[in-house]
Design a protein around this ligand. Structure first.
Ligand code: FAD
Ligand code: NAG
Ligand code: NAG
Ligand code: NAG
Ligand code: NAG
Ligand code: NAG
Ligand code: NAG
Ligand code: NAG
Ligand code: NAG
Ligand code: NAG
Ligand code: NAG
Length: 570
């Protein structure tokens, strides 16, 4: 699409100092292509005044800010809620992963410059198809980078971008409960607008005795990156991943075409959107997904530490729990756990429709071992009347964390056959002061549709017993040094290879992955990559949608200043 402005730009370049680089998107400050104030105003009017010019939310903490005046009280308030996801998802621009804010206007660092950095330049607070179509047209006409922003949770910064015009979907909050009828599914379903968040969907259907397939993070966008990239949670072993439950997508493609995608219409787009990554194939307006009938749910949580015991003893118990989880996942349960170098926490182990006796049997070997080692621990097991009640009581509220992420899907065969090497790898990782979070599940036992290839979920999920996410914490006070030099190098070169070596040819969950993942096409998409790329090319031939390590993203490179430039045939 860069070529469209070629002639005009060539003419203008004769009279401006800096010749335009035609392979790049137009960037703020590029006089020959960036829209004038009048053009932005006209565009704003055309979308009913929904255009928002970004004001970095941290600017109230910066004495030299050009955006908003410094305000000590507002700054103190902001700092006290900086770790709340709401601080970011209520904003049209702030990414939760601070690496992708690049120090620009960090409220915790008032003496660094307050700049726009990688934040989107403008966002349209979209509520209609028309808003989305007009926004894409504005970006196309002026060759501006497009970003689809929902809640800003993405660990790979895929909902932000320097110099971009964002479609901000957060306020698309419609919810409808449907009796869905199709050749492949008859039953209850929920149709959610693109901005509906996990807890909102749960709350809306709970009174009907129904439950959606949700994440552990309570504030993620249900129809956004979560369901579009896979989507794991405590119902995964019973009903599959979030993507496995999608019945329809309503979207606007790059050309501005409004489309309903399902297994029978635009089935290629339906396939790609259900697991093949967010922000890549179009702007989703709504998602329709299966709902399930509520039932009693039993959950347990457990915490023990290294206090008064050797590391060998501690890891012996941890290993026993990881092994026992296999029987839980085979019954339809999920275990969410975390381990550091001195603490192991199960938060929680959940068995929907199960009994206390069944779950107790899973926990027994671990509890017996804790008792035989005389270790103290806290343990609770409770039967709740519904999954909803279990989720509310047993899932710790998620917050924004200052940690660099990486991950790996660990196949069942590794847990069954080489558990010792796996646990040794986790032990080495935690020795580096990193946090390991595991979700033990089985998403291969349920038939998800008319055939096995109904969606583009990374095939590595179907073999997985555990999804491991590793977090290397850093201090924002020494951001550049800690993150780029120490943290990322540690993650990519030392920690993840320990897990990759155990899982050759395996994969990682793109939503909980290392931003520097080398073999990402294979790791994130497996054998689906080529088909995903051809669908992407069919509906977005001019590569309007770019996300870091997204399908087809190799045509672009992001320069140091954030400018997106074409490196292949664009
Ligand atoms: C605290 C926390 C907890 C988490 N817990 C879980 C968990 O339990 N299970 C799990 O599977 N994952 C979890 N994740 C990862 C999560 O799934 C991803 O961060 C996901 O990308 C969030 O999607 P979003 O739409 O809310 O966020 P955004 O960051 O706004 O968007 C993510 C991606 O989706 C695209 N996108 C969003 N909306 C649309 C749309 N309408 N149309 C097209 N593209 C769109 C964006 O362009 C971007 O590429 C967690 C992350 C965090 C930070
Ligand atoms: C768009 O118009 C609305 C309503 O007139 C106004 O409040 C808003 O500031 C405008 N946005 C920009 C970027 O000018
Ligand atoms: C990120 O920060 C570096 C160092 O300050 C700067 O050179 C670069 O231009 C910034 N990039 C973006 C996209 O903000
Ligand atoms: C965005 O639009 C919604 C209505 O769809 C409105 O309630 C909300 O206040 C708007 N937010 C901003 C920041 O403009
Ligand atoms: C759903 O019901 C229709 C008839 O209303 C039927 O043709 C179809 O086979 C049913 N689908 C399933 C999966 O049961
Ligand atoms: C464990 O579960 C109990 C009972 O629901 C709850 O009170 C406690 O806070 C939970 N502990 C952790 C660490 O999640
Ligand atoms: C509820 O759980 C019982 C077993 O405890 C099971 O027989 C029944 O099928 C479950 N119902 C639903 C709707 O899952
Ligand atoms: C645990 O405590 C009991 C009684 O105090 C003692 O007999 C036993 O040796 C202890 N076991 C271990 C492994 O320390
Ligand atoms: C460790 O031992 C000390 C001293 O005996 C005791 O006070 C403490 O409670 C023990 N901690 C645990 C977790 O068992
Ligand atoms: C936010 O989290 C960081 C660690 O990630 C912690 O150091 C800080 O105290 C937290 N801030 C608040 C206000 O909770
Ligand atoms: C999932 O569970 C089924 C039994 O229900 C089992 O046959 C299968 O091997 C399991 N798959 C994985 C990947 O754990």
């Amino acid at each position: 699409m860069a070529g469209r402005l070629c002639l005009l730009a060539l003419l203008l370049s004769l009279v401006t100092a800096a010749p335009p680089d035609m392979s790049c998107h137009c960037f703020p400050g590029d006089e020959w292509c960036w829209p004038t104030v009048q053009e932005w105003n006209a565009f704003n009017e055309s979308v009913g005044g929904k255009l928002i010019a970004t004001v970095p939310i941290g600017s109230v903490c910066h004495p030299d800010s050009i955006y908003t005046p410094y305000n000590a009280e507002a700054c103190a308030n902001l700092l006290s809620v900086w770790n709340d996801t709401a601080t970011h998802y209520e904003s049209s621009s702030s990414p939760m992963a601070s690496w992708f804010a690049n120090f620009s206007c960090d409220p915790r660092l008032p003496h660094t410059p307050c700049t726009m950095g990688p934040l989107v330049q403008y966002a349209v607070n979209a509520s209609t198809v028309d808003d989305v179509q007009k926004t894409l047209k504005m970006a196309w006409d002026h060759d501006i980078r497009v970003v689809v922003r929902n809640t800003g949770h993405d660990y790979l910064g895929r909902s932000t971008g320097a110099g971009a015009l964002a479609v901000w979907t957060h306020h698309m909050k419609d919810i409808q409960i449907l009796d869905y009828e199709a050749r492949w599914y008859n039953g209850s379903a929920i149709k959610v607008g693109a901005g509906v968040q996990i807890m909102e969907a749960m709350d809306a259907v709970h009174k009907e005795g129904l439950v959606p397939v949700v994440s552990n993070g309570q504030t993620l966008g249900y129809a956004g990156g979560f369901s579009q990239s896979g989507g794991s949670g405590q119902l995964a072993s019973t009903y599959g991943l979030a993507a496995d439950n999608v019945l329809e997508w309503e979207l606007v493609t790059a050309s501005g075409t409004y489309v309903m995608a399902s297994p029978s219409t635009y089935s290629d787009l339906y396939w790609a959107l259900s697991g093949g990554g967010g922000g890549t194939y179009g702007v989703v307006l709504s998602m329709t997904s299966k709902l399930h009938v509520e039932n009693h749910t039993v959950s347990a949580n457990l915490t023990f530490t290294t206090d008064n015991v050797s590391k060998n003893t501690f890891w012996d118990v941890a290993s026993t729990f990881i092994k026992s989880s296999v029987s839980l996942t085979d019954m339809g349960g999920v275990a969410v756990w975390q381990v550091t170098d001195d603490m192991f926490m199960v938060v929680p182990a959940t068995l929907p429709s199960g009994t206390e006796e069944q779950l107790q049997k899973v926990m027994r070997p671990t509890l017996d071992l804790l008792n035989s080692y005389n270790m103290s621990y806290t343990y609770n097991i409770v039967t709740y009347p519904s999954f909803y009640d279990s989720y509310r009581a047993m899932t710790p509220w998620s917050t924004v964390t200052d940690a660099q992420l990486g991950g790996r899907l660990i196949p069942r065969t590794v847990v069954d056959q080489t558990l010792t090497s796996f646990v040794d790898a986790l032990r080495t990782i935690t020795n580096h002061k990193s946090l390991v979070s595991g979700v033990s599940l089985n998403v291969s036992r349920i038939r998800i549709g008319v055939n096995d290839n109904i969606n583009s979920v990374n095939p590595a999920w179907r073999k997985a017993q555990v999804n491991i996410a590793v977090g290397t914490p850093y201090k924002y006070t020494n951001f550049a040094r800690d993150v780029a030099k120490a943290n990322q190098v540690l993650m990519t070169r030392i920690l993840l290879p320990l897990l990759q070596d155990l899982t050759p040819g395996g994969g990682a969950y793109s939503s909980e992955a290392d931003l520097n993942e080398a073999d990402w096409q294979r790791s994130f998409y497996g054998d689906n990559y080529n088909r995903l790329q051809s669908i992407k090319n069919r509906y977005d031939p001019y590569h309007m949608f770019y996300t870091l390590k997204g399908v087809g993203s190799t045509v672009w490179t992001e320069r140091v200043d954030g400018r997106l430039c074409c490196v292949e045939d664009c």
